[in-house]
Design a protein around this ligand. Structure first.
Ligand code: CA
Length: 735
């Protein structure tokens, strides 16, 4: 009997440990009932109150202000040395991962490459379900920046995501089954568009934009009913053909800022990242991207500001109608998008509290904007720049002479088209008062020749067909920036900046070896977390930047970390997967490891995943007997068809291989790979409708020539290639 009682007590204790009582229901954490119960509660009210406690991470930027500043305090400077791995899940993919995971009561949702979605039990690090929307691999041809996705939205028991091929999908959070799916792009020109950004939920609607300005898309954001998928409204960022009725009245005003026949090339202006709801003022802010083409001289030949390119636009969230805008780069001609993350806060400036939004767009200026009316409060350069000298009293950049590169010379301009800052989320600490910027130090080359305006084919591949501003010809006269702070041509570095938004100046900064590093998270204990290109996940003192802790995550990091509570314990999670626009063609670590989700807590005791030995690749030893003409032709074909993903040969490979370092069997199978789709499952599109066998032979000749030249005499390579390019151009002209 005693024994029986003892068993009963133990059994009851076990029950208490495994089960939790909530309004009469009992369920095991991680069970279907638990997932249903905790995800169904994420409604409009929960989103409005996301800042009440930071127990969960229920929306992309943590809260509607998207400040990525957590009030959680368990992990602090005193115990940071005890922060250790709780679990890690390898996803079996080597493409870029950029997702901010969403977590509610220990149930986590995030996206991997190809718009796949995962649900994970964060208590133990086990996958609950996985959903693959089966995006066609050919889609990779019409993407600028990799098969990436930045995250999902959670609303009333549904997980909502945008896919690379333009679908908006709602899944049952419990089991990942499809609730509804709508196509956000048209049948006719949908191939131009893609979605990589996270949807946001605003007042019962899900708001989504898209990418594709590099592919002649016309930008817009759309609101869909978050429960049914029914379309509520759409706002176009650029005017269409003025001979047709404008979709909304402000587009008529916008059309006055354009010249020529811009609509024939789509116009651009895609909203591929920042979509931020202001719950205080009931306004929606969108960050608008660059134009098609990049160069205004081609897009809008007689000038003009080209609204609403490179602008922050405020909309009425109920019907999508225009409220105000602030254009960061009027008449953009450098791909200086204003799609970069937007943070909302109040700042005390000159003893008055101002409701502001802050942004560090690609153009290199840090903006503080009055979000009640869109007026500029202040702007200062957060990075070196040589295209503008400052911002004038009207809030417009004061351009440097020659910055619009119209003298038939190649200009090295800073920031480059990758910007002084790209999509990687900033964090604004309410404790230190600093904004943390994952910035880029890089110059880019721009060029225009009025006699050789290249109108790209209607369906551009992922080559640079959309853009005439990147010269591939090494023999052109070039203007170099001699300033000691100017990033040297061809070099690139990163800099983690702590920026005081009130005084508009850098407080501290740390240079990083590569320009593409992960997004940021700050906490109330003045910890600042970031993953970097070198495969480190680092915690710093948010006040001074001093490193306090690091963990080897094997591969370079794109994504920002998050923090949340699970059963009262503070967890930190970061998704690691090298790739994206810059990770495809270059890397810092010796070897890219499979995409992995890492979760840490104090006194975690999991073993890290296996570290593979470094993979030292070498240039192929295969020879080519081809002529300069064949190699020059191959060079031109490579630039047009391959360089969008494979970048320059000899650059050292990122998540997409450097073709000069392939194994012999790859060269032997060029026809089957390029014209037969043999590696389609790895994301290599089939070019059978674009290239001939002769083209493939020329490309191969160029690759083998490059490998041989770099192997034998790298110093001579550029000179030799320059000669070949000139020959190839002459051949083209003779035709
Ligand atoms: Ca762009």
């Amino acid at each position: 009997m005693k024994n029986y009682l003892f068993q009963l007590v133990i059994f009851s204790l076990l029950l208490l440990g495994l089960y939790q009582c909530k309004s009469g229901e009992t369920y095991k954490k991680g069970s279907k009932e638990h997932i249903r119960n905790v995800t169904i509660k994420i409604d409009d009210n929960a989103l409005l109150e996301a800042d009440k406690d930071h127990k969960d991470w229920i929306t992309y930027g943590l809260n509607y202000s998207e400040d990525r500043y957590s009030e959680l305090k368990e992990i602090n400077k005193k115990n940071i040395d005890k922060l250790s791995l709780h679990w890690a899940i390898q996803l079996g993919t080597k493409r870029g991962i950029q997702a901010t995971p969403i977590v509610v009561d220990g149930i986590m949702f995030f996206t991997g490459p190809w718009s796949t979605v995962y649900a994970v039990d964060a208590r133990k690090g086990s996958i609950i379900w996985k959903y693959d929307p089966e995006v066609p691999y050919e889609k990779a041809l019409n993407l600028c920046c990799g098969v990436v996705n930045r995250g999902v939205a959670l609303y009333k028991g549904a997980i909502i995501l945008g896919t690379l091929d333009g679908r908006l999908i709602s899944l049952d959070a419990v089991n990942g089954t499809l609730k509804w799916s709508v196509m956000t792009v048209s049948d006719k020109d949908g191939y131009r568009y893609s979605i990589t950004g996270a949807p946001r939920i605003v007042k019962g609607n899900v708001i989504i934009g898209n990418g594709g300005a590099e592919f002649k898309a016309r930008g817009y954001v759309t609101a869909y009913n978050a429960e049914t998928g029914e379309k509520a409204w759409r706002f176009y960022t650029v005017p269409g053909n003025p001979n047709n009725p404008y979709e909304h009245p402000d587009l008529e005003t916008a059309a006055n800022t354009w010249t020529g026949e811009w609509w024939k090339q789509g116009g651009g202006g895609t909203v591929w990242d920042a979509i931020v709801y202001d719950q205080e003022l009931d306004q929606l802010y969108i960050g608008v991207g660059n134009g098609t083409h990049w160069d205004r001289k081609i897009r809008s030949p007689e000038g003009g500001d080209n609204l609403y390119l490179s602008s922050i636009v405020a909309l009425n969230p109920d019907d999508g109608s225009y409220l105000w805008h602030y254009q960061t780069t009027p008449g953009d001609t450098w791909d200086y998008t204003a799609t970069q993350p937007i943070i909302l806060t109040d700042l005390s400036i000159d003893k008055t509290t101002k409701k502001v939004l802050i942004q560090a767009p690609k153009n290199g200026f840090f903006y503080v904007i009055d979000r009640t009316n869109g007026e500029l409060v202040s702007a200062q350069a957060y990075t070196y720049m040589n295209w503008a000298k400052g911002i004038d009293n009207n809030g417009r950049p004061i351009e440097v002479e020659g910055a619009r590169y119209d003298d038939k010379k190649v200009h090295w301009i800073t920031p480059s088209s990758h910007g002084g800052h790209n999509w990687h989320p900033m964090s604004y600490s309410h404790n230190t008062g600093y904004v943390y910027i994952p910035s880029l130090k890089r110059s880019g080359k721009y060029y225009y020749d009025p006699e050789k305006v290249f109108v790209s084919p209607d369906r551009p591949s992922s080559g640079m067909g959309y853009n005439t501003s990147i010269p591939s010809k090494l023999y052109l006269p070039t203007v170099y920036d001699q300033h000691p702070d100017a990033p040297k041509p061809g070099t690139s570095k990163g800099r983690l900046i702590a920026w005081d938004p009130v005084r508009q100046k850098e407080v501290w900064g740390i240079d990083q070896v590569f320009h593409y590093n992960g997004g940021l998270l700050s906490t109330a204990t003045n910890l600042l977390f970031q993953g970097d290109a070198e495969g480190n996940f680092i915690a710093r003192d948010a006040e001074c930047g001093k490193e306090l802790w690091r963990f080897d995550v094997r591969s370079g990091v794109n994504a920002p970390p998050i923090t949340y509570l699970v059963d009262g314990e503070q967890y930190i999670t970061i998704a690691v997967g090298w790739g994206g626009a810059q990770g495809q063609g270059a890397k810092v670590v010796d070897r890219i490891h499979p995409g992995t989700i890492y979760t840490f807590k104090l006194n975690g005791n999991a073993s890290p995943p296996k570290k593979f030995p470094s993979l030292k690749k070498q240039y192929t030893l295969l020879e080519t007997e081809d002529t300069p003409i064949t190699i020059g032709k191959g060079y031109n074909l490579f630039q047009k068809n391959c360089s969008g993903c494979h970048f320059g040969t000899g650059s050292g490979s990122g998540s997409i291989p450097d073709l000069t370092m392939s194994q012999d069997r790859i060269y032997e199978n060029y026809d089957e790979i390029i014209l037969g789709g043999k590696l389609a499952s790895q994301g290599m599109p089939n070019f059978k409708n674009k290239l001939t066998k002769n083209d493939v032979d020329n490309i191969k000749a160029y690759i083998l020539f490059t490998a041989k030249s770099l192997r034998e005499n790298p110093m001579q390579y550029r000179e030799t290639l320059t000669n070949y390019q000139e020959i190839a151009d002459q051949v083209k002209r003779l035709k």
